[in-house]
Design a protein around this ligand. Structure first.
Ligand SMILES: Cc1cc2nc3c(=O)[nH]c(=O)nc-3n(C[C@H](O)[C@H](O)[C@H](O)COP(=O)(O)OP(=O)(O)OC[C@H]3O[C@@H](n4cnc5c(N)ncnc54)[C@H](O)[C@@H]3O)c2cc1C
Length: 322
């Protein structure tokens, strides 16, 4: 068994995703503990210059018009044939939509076990281990790879700068395998509405959940957000109801935020919500149910009615400004 660690780079619209550099940082430390080498599979079109920013012992570069947009079926063919030829010990992919489109079918086709939602990966006594987050982060499982395997690593787990090349890596061209019989084709890239605020860049967020009761009550949260100099975001049910745009959803199927202040009102704290906000610097929760799980992650909690508390805080802030 080789001790090669192979990273699958992720490219969107000509840019290497930050998580690719995180994977390279993780891969470098794993490869040195195993006494192996670090390679990176870079797929795309017109990428022969940008691959030089990837820090690895060898960059396996598949540069072709067929790879200009992400078509999972095509990317899978290339990666499957590359991994089958090189038989790396570990394949690192990003635990993103693109990464998960690739990791699960690669695992089944190559008969390599997959550990998803990895927060840490390391080697000990010649074995590869991973810490994987389950139930949306409520539990952490430590997993040992007995043999070879695929690890899907969550963004934000490793420092990206360590994965950026300081010198010029060795680049090997990867020829495309036969692509006959591909049944999917790229139609268009649908981007989220860019006109809305980016909640991932806000320092102060007032988050509301189903406890707000009705769309008509949202101004309560908006007034408080205005007083605090922040913006309103929400749990998924409000987005599903169409009360706020998808760009305001925090959580597993929404966005991950790390503001200085996250004030959560009428949010129960389901694991899928917590996943997107637990790393906020200061979490204040308002909930009428003292047993609401949001209090497990909150730094400060108020057990009470948000319809009284939100206007009271906004009023107190107004008074202070007078
Ligand atoms: C695959 C998957 C992905 C998901 N992705 C996400 C996601 O990205 N983001 C997300 O948020 N959820 C997500 N969910 C849904 C998640 O499981 C929960 O259903 C959701 O987070 C619950 O939203 P909530 O806390 O607003 O509502 P509820 O769970 O209904 O909680 C409402 C809370 O309001 C409190 N309350 C009621 N009235 C008041 C009042 N007057 N004053 C104060 N408190 C009050 C209640 O005590 C309760 O705790 C996902 C689920 C799945 C299965």
């Amino acid at each position: 068994m080789s001790n090669e660690v192979l990273v699958v780079a992720e490219n969107l619209k000509g840019q290497w995703n930050d998580v690719t550099f995180e994977l390279l940082a993780a891969g470098r430390s794993l490869a040195s503990s195993l006494g192996g080498t670090l390679s990176v599979a870079a797929l795309g079109h017109g990428i022969s210059d940008s691959v030089r920013s990837l820090s690895a012992d060898v960059v396996l570069c598949a540069d072709a018009p067929e790879l200009g947009t992400f078509i999972p079926e095509v990317y899978l063919r290339v990666l499957e044939s590359l991994i089958a030829q090189r038989t790396p010990r570990v394949v690192l992919v990003a635990n993103t939509s693109i990464g998960m489109d690739l990791a699960a079918p690669l695992s089944s086709r190559l008969e390599m076990p997959l550990v998803a939602y990895c927060r840490k990966v390391w080697a000990e006594g010649g074995k590869v281990l991973a810490q994987s987050q389950i139930y949306g982060g409520k539990l952490m499982a430590e997993v040992v790879l007995e043999d070879r395997g695929i690890l899907a690593v969550m963004a934000g787990s490793f420092p990206p700068d360590a994965g950026k090349a300081s010198g010029t890596p060795q680049v090997e061209a990867v020829p495309l395998p036969p692509l006959d019989g591909v049944r999917t084709r790229f139609v268009s890239l649908v981007e989220p509405d860019a006109s809305d605020v980016d909640i991932t860049r806000q320092e102060i967020l007032v988050a509301v959940g189903r406890g707000i009761g009705d769309k008509e009550n949202l101004p309560l949260a908006e007034e408080l957000a205005d007083e605090l100099g922040g913006v309103v975001c929400a749990s998924r049910p409000l987005i599903d109801n169409g009360w706020l745009p998808k760009t305001r959803q925090v959580g597993k199927s929404g966005l991950t935020v790390k503001p200085k202040l996250y004030l959560a009102a009428g949010i129960s704290g389901a694991p899928e919500h917590i996943e997107g906000m637990k790393d906020a610097e200061l979490i204040i929760a308002i909930n009428s149910d003292p047993r609401a799980p949001i209090f497990d992650v909150a730094h400060y909690g108020v057990v009470g009615d948000l319809f009284e508390i939100l206007p009271a805080i906004a009023e107190a802030l107004r008074q202070r400004k007078r």
